[in-house]
Design a protein around this ligand. Sequence first.
Ligand code: FES
Length: 612
Amino acid sequence: MSDVPGAGGLGGGGITDPKSDPQYIQFKALPADSGKLNRWSSEVTRGHEFPGAQAMLYAAGVPDEDMMKNAPQVGISTVWWEGNPCNTHLLEFGKIVKKSVEKQKMLAWQYNAVGVSDAITMGGEGMRYSLQSRDLIADSIETVTCAQRHDANISIPGCDKNMPGVVMAAARHNRPFIMIYGGTIRKGYSQLLEREINVSTCYEAAGAFAYGKLQAKTNPGAPGRTPSDVMSDLEQHACPGAGACGGMYTANTMATAIEAMGLTLPGSSSYPALSPEKARECERAGEVIKTTMAKDIRPRDLLTKEAFENALVITMILGGSTNGVLHFLAMANTAEVGLTIDDVQRVSDKTPFLADLQPSGKYMMEDLYKVGGTPSVLKMLIAAGRINGDIMTVTGKTLAENVADWPSLPPDQKIIRPLSDPIKASGHIRILRGNFAPEGAVAKITGKEGLSFEGKAKVFNEEQELNEALSRGEIPPGDKLVLVVRYEGPKGGPGMPEQLRASAAIMGAGLKNIALVTDGRYSGASHGFIVGHVTPEAARGGPIALVRDGDTILIDAVTNRIDITNVDDAELERRRSEWVAPPPRVRRGVLAKYARLVGDASHGAVTDQWDD
Ligand code: FES
């Protein structure tokens, strides 16, 4: 089998892999210059030291002794499960990838990690499981890759938390890796509203429905055209098939950023899930991972500060999700890269917002794909010196080399504005501090909703209280209100539930007198005047726990401040002395474990802290 990479027996015990982090379990591996690719798996497949392991591997599908001794083993981790369009198709992608790996005369082992659908859990108790699923995915892939001594890992994520989860796993196992994004969903169409729609339309319609503002485009109220009929129409047609939510929401934010970091094949983040290009990307995976293995390109070689800078730049350019901040911090923390919330603000200050993409804009990822997709945007930004094209990627080429032959954005396209004519001269994500959030908060302010907001606080001790108030139409138009939703942080939630249901209902109801502030999170689909990730969170006794109805809160996206302006320090201290932490919402199970381990949002809310 001389044409097989890694052919030949081991004849030795290997060395401790010099690129593995000494804080993790240390595995022996063949040296990178051994000319073999079965660097980790050979420990159990060589000779007859582990006959039981080999017997099990034969039973699992290793065809013959030659392959057992010589073929590298590639783990293919799909975040597959059927009940969510973002993930439902990924098992089939995994099968294509498996074939492509086998074509390279390597062994391919498919397995799954669990996932949570943000859109399905949104607004309910299930949403508390969403963020912790990121760390669970990382735990799962680390577990299989390391325990089974895989020589490489190809991960196929689909929904929001999947992408940072698989990258965090890669940073931990640090074996050759590529990510294949499951791809974006196509747009839906509503016959009754006579326009394109997507899942976010449903959430906003809920607010319009509650406030009596939802009606069919023509013959409103006629049989089959009542507000309830419109809701049914939206529910049935917003999501026309497989793929992740289609605006510049969290899934597409993370996919584009991770492509800009060099961890995917070019185009991965903008190919729709059901496009022929996405299938071809899966077919190329075997060839590319072989290159990554042969060149010994490891995740931590790619997860550099420069790569994270690229991630932040593309997120600001495209108007990406605030969740990106949390996930970049978590990925950097896992890869032991010194990225802070101040880096986020620094990049935001110098980076314009260019993309007319939903949620604040008009277009969807499918539209961006049609004008060239992420590689064309990267090509433009590399040429302008905004994105570092010199970073190495999983293909063994630099980012600039990957996109060099890609078509440029057409001059008449309307999705990405020129750098000389931005929507906003600086980024839409702002890191705020002040007496309300001494350790930081993340605001998403595109400028369309103004740059500052001052209003009276109205406080809710959980999201559900606000959702019920909104569905009863109890938040009045008129006086400026800062709706504060607290005890929804990483520890208190637990899990920082996303508050799209509330933010979308506010937009749908046309309540322009509202700012929304929370120690929880927002969906990437959220827009409006919104501030999340308030740190310290209420459950840890942060000032957000001390604010009361009627206090005045000032949010300023120019000075990057968030303050309670009519309460002095002495009064805040007095309130603090009276504050008693509420009992935890959850005492047993995975959320209770998560609440015990999780760190604060300003450091990515990770369960495995980097002790730098
Ligand atoms: Fe999966 Fe929106 S629910 S990306």
